[in-house]
Design a protein around this ligand. Structure first.
Ligand SMILES: C[S@@+](CC[C@H](N)C(=O)[O-])C[C@H]1O[C@@H](n2cnc3c(N)ncnc32)[C@H](O)[C@@H]1O
Length: 283
């Protein structure tokens, strides 16, 4: 695939993460996986089309382990190394692996990729979800990932195309778009089309695919949806509140308060989001 996207400034990566505690972030990631996690199965299946039986998989920037668990399920014979710089995230991930009976196949590796991939890193399949945009030198890191893959190996990169949204168009019109635009100006989730960087890193071909996802709207998931809405709207408010208009601040107060318009009292929430995946093949 040829790629002509303009180079973008990737910094700052996602400043919201510096404000949220690891517990908040882990909760947000887990709720995202529960409600929008169909893309994890779809992207794992996509990866299997490139490499049917990887012996070793590395989940880079694995977080609370949503991707690790999906990969372990799709590739039942693979050993999976989950790498993250956060020991708290890795502790969450190890607990999730134990709950799924995967402690024999999933190991955790604490490492900061801004300091380089550990020399021991080697895999048939690498997976980097909502992660590459957080690195200080993504191009250099992609080169290291390429070099650490075995011949014929595959790197799957996933990024959110937009931040999750929850409200119907009729409720607080335009509020979520204004929040997302404000956060984009702060660099939240900013990433380019990674094709060019992947080809520059040495991969011989790159495929790109869109993974749209809409959360369930059944009543069985209503409390998960309102928990996710509260967690995400709360993180957005923390990051951006001073720059919001008084009307938007008031709307957020209503949503995050405990009155009739609060996220818990509404029956019209539905999580929406979409991701782009890049599958990069090593010769
Ligand atoms: C947005 S979370 C994504 C987690 C997971 N991949 C997912 O999709 O649910 C990003 C993760 O990358 C980790 N991270 C950020 N920068 C890192 C770095 N330089 N080295 C290793 N991990 C890093 C963070 O600790 C966090 O767990």
């Amino acid at each position: 695939m040829t790629h002509h996207a303009h180079h973008q400034d990737h910094s700052p990566r996602q400043p919201g993460h510096t404000h949220a505690s690891h517990t908040d972030l882990a909760e947000t990631l887990n709720l995202d996986a529960l409600l929008l996690g169909a893309y994890l199965d779809e992207a794992s299946e996509w990866a299997a089309g490139f490499i049917a039986a990887p012996a070793t998989i590395m989940d880079l920037g694995a977080g609370a382990g949503a991707g690790t668990m999906a990969l372990a399920q799709r590739f039942p014979h693979a050993d999976i190394i989950a790498l993250d710089k956060s020991p708290a995230m890795l502790a969450e991930l190890a607990q999730a692996a134990a709950r799924h009976g995967l402690e024999d196949r999933v190991t955790t590796l604490e490492a900061d990729l801004d300091q380089g991939l550990p020399a021991s890193a080697s895999a048939d399949l690498m997976w980097a979800s909502s992660f590459v945009h957080e690195l200080s030198d993504p191009e250099g890191a992609l080169r290291q990932m390429h070099d650490a893959l075995r011949p014929g190996g595959v790197l799957i990169v996933l990024e959110m195309d937009s931040l999750p949204s929850f409200l119907p168009a009729s409720a607080f019109p335009g509020l979520e778009s204004r929040l997302h635009e404000g956060l984009a100006r702060q660099g939240w989730n900013a990433h380019p089309d990674w094709c060019e960087a992947l080809l520059g890193a040495g991969f011989v071909s790159v495929e790109r695919r869109l993974f749209p996802s809409v959360g369930f709207s059944e009543s069985s998931t209503a409390s998960l949806t309102s928990r996710y809405a509260r967690a995400f709207l709360g993180r957005m408010r923390e990051a951006i509140a001073p720059s919001l208009s008084p009307e938007d601040q008031d709307s957020l107060e209503k949503l995050l308060g405990h009155g009739p318009e609060s996220v818990e009292q509404r029956s019209d929430l539905q999580v929406r989001g979409s991701r782009t995946g890049w599958a990069a093949l090593k010769a």
